[in-house]
Structure formats: C-alpha cells, structure tokens
Design a protein around this ligand. Structure first.
Ligand code: AHM
Ligand code: MG
Length: 344
C-alpha cells in the first residue's frame, strides 16, 4: 500500500512537471500582429512589419538598459540635444537603434525624434509610414535604476509614395495616428500599443526574447485615487491647477511621480489616476512634447476610456506647428480629468 502511494506520487510529480514545462507560452506579439492585421483598413502587412521593427528596437534597447550599470553607458555625452537638454549616451544609443531598425525594416519613409532637430529621411521613399519617437523617455532615471520608456507614434504619409516625404507628412494632428504605443523598461519590460481599436499590453519573456500578450484590451478605471505631478512647480501653476491639487490632497489621494512619463502613465492606466505636467515658469508652454510624447499616450488613453487635454482642448485635435512643440499635458481617468477641467 505504501509502495503504491509513493509510485502514484512520483507519477503525479512527473505528470505535473511535464504539464508545467509544456504549458502554452501564450500569444507572441508577432502572432498577435498577424492575427490582427485584418483590423487595419490598409491591411497589406506593411504596418505589421513596422510594428515588428519597433519591437526589435525595443528588445535591443532593453538589453542596453538592463546592463547599463556594467557597460558605462549611463553617463552624459557632455552635449545638449536640440531641446537644450543634457543628452545621455543611452539617449543616443536608443535613438540610433530605432533609426537603424526602422530604416532597415523598410516601411518608414521619415522619422522624427526627440534627439534630432529635423525630420530624418530614411531613403525608403516607397514606404507609406512616418514615425515620431522619444527613444528613451525619462532617461535621467537611468543612473538610479528606476523605470524609463520609449514612445512612438505612426502616421500615414500625405504625399504619394516614391516622392520625397515632407514635413506635411508628419505634422499631422494626433487624431490622424494609425498606431501608437510605448515600451516600459520597468520591473518587467512591456510593450503597449493600439492600432486604433483596443489597447494591448505585452510582457517581454526575457529567456525567449519574445513579447507575450499579457494585458489584452486594457481599460483605465473611470475614477482613480492617484495624482502624478511634479509638485515642485506648485507655485508656478495656475490657480485652477493648484486648486485641483489641493482637492486631491483633501480627498487623501495618493501622490505618485517617478519623473518618467511612461512609468507614471502606465501605473495610472492600470490603477486609475491623473498625470499632470502644467505650464511652469521654466516651461511656460509645458515641458512635454506634442509630437512624440503626448500624442501617442493621448491616442492610447482615449482607446482605453480616458481623456487627454492641454487644459483647453483635446490633445489629439491640436494642429502641430513645430516638430518639438511643447504643451501643458493632463491625462488619465475621465472623472479625474473632468474634475480638473472644471477648475482649470
Ligand atoms: P525626457 O524626454 O527628456 O526624458 O523628458 C521628459 C520627462 C518625462 O518622462 C517626465 O514626465 C518629465 O520629463 C519629468 O520632468 P520633471 O523632472 O520636470 O518633473
Ligand atoms: Mg521624453
């Protein structure tokens, strides 16, 4: 009797082990993109390839971010970028990785980047798409091992293919984006994107090097209890914004701010909350950039059930006037953003 029990236990362990190790890994990003291709009105496979190129760049940047403390790449290059901001070596590396992946992938005719002054022509004049990127957002968190991210917006060109793309091709309103997303290099690495329908999140399985669908059809809670703002600027904010921050405190809401937009946005998307970067004395038009920070996240939040505004109008309706234009930015759970707007 005793012997039979121990054999049964052994068999059960073996069965359990086999089941565990042969369990389905889930849906990979590549397979998911292929399955969803039909949802896109110009489904020819080019946008799918472009999304795969972005995922490839993200994986390479993830590798560099993960080992940055060992490779000495966290530091500054001692120069400022076009924004007058201190550029880190990894900002440049991430920018290069994105450009290389997009140029070699062949589906992008032009790229706008936080790290470059002008529109970069890729030489792929036959391609239909342009991409606006913040290759490494919140990079000042790098040396202290706190989350950072990448942000991307994809536009369909206005000019005909085989012509040289122009600024008009990329300076489109955010509502014209055909897809947008971000990569969060956090306690795990995630890629979150939408092609205009639902917002889907994928977690990188590091041993496989694959993004696996982990957060299908993400929705932001209608109401939240988190407010994210750099309160150091409180006395520069308008009266309405200050009033709203006071309201959050009176409600005993949680104050959470990492200094990396992607991380703050992702947390609020998951839990419900509001992110604010108002105009300040040092940044009278706000700090965050319309073309490669605000538009992508606004595109996602609307599809997830939230609101994004500059305090006066919907972010996605703003006509860009400059590649590096800044706006005040308020984004998050609809009830919280509406409450802010009632005071702003
Ligand atoms: P960056 O693109 O140069 O990293 O700047 C953008 C970052 C955002 O990620 C973040 O929300 C904001 O700047 C933080 O700014 P501050 O330090 O003024 O609060
Ligand atoms: Mg940024």
């Amino acid at each position: 009797m005793l012997v039979r029990t121990s054999m049964n236990t052994k068999e059960a362990i073996i069965k359990n082990n086999i089941e565990k190790h042969a369990a389905p890994i889930g849906t990979t990003l590549d397979r998911f993109i292929a399955q969803k291709q039909g949802e896109f009105s110009y489904a020819t496979g080019e946008l799918s390839q472009l999304l795969r190129d972005i995922a490839l760049a993200a994986k390479i940047i993830n590798r560099e971010v993960n080992r940055a403390g060992l490779t000495g790449i966290e530091g500054s290059i001692g120069e400022e970028n076009v924004q007058g901001e201190n550029q880190l070596m990894l900002d440049v590396v991430a920018d290069t990785r994105f450009h290389r992946a997009l140029i070699k992938g062949g589906q992008t005719c032009g790229i706008v980047s936080e790290e470059r002054e002008n529109l970069t022509l890729t030489g792929n004049s036959h391609a239909k798409y342009l991409v606006a990127i913040d290759p490494l957002d919140g990079s000042s968190n790098l040396g202290i091992n706190i989350s950072i991210g990448s942000i991307f917006s994809i536009y369909r060109r206005k000019t005909s293919t085989n012509e040289v793309p122009t600024l008009e091709d990329v300076m489109q309103k955010g509502s014209e984006q055909v897809a947008a997303g971000y990569v969060l290099y956090g306690s795990s690495t995630m890629l979150v994107y939408s092609t205009g329908y639902d917002v889907h999140g994928f977690t990188l399985e590091p041993s496989l090097g694959e993004f696996i669908l982990s957060h299908p059809s993400m929705k932001i809670p209608e109401e939240g209890t988190i407010f994210s703002v750099n309160e150091g600027g409180y006395y520069d904010f308008s009266e309405g914004i200050r009033e709203y921050i006071d309201h959050c405190k009176k409600q005993r809401f949680k104050a959470r701010y990492t200094g990396a937009l992607v991380a703050d946005f992702h947390r609020n998307l998951m839990k419900g909350g509001i992110f604010m970067y108002p105009a300040t004395a040092s940044h009278p038009n706000g700090k965050l950039r319309l073309m490669y920070e605000c538009n992508a996240l606004s595109f996602l939040i609307e599809r997830a059930g939230g609101i994004a505004t500059n305090g006066k109008r919907r972010v996605l309706d703003i006509e860009p006037t400059d590649l590096h234009q800044r706006i005040p930015f308020f984004i998050g759970s609809p009830k919280m953003v509406n409450e802010l707007l009632s005071r702003a």
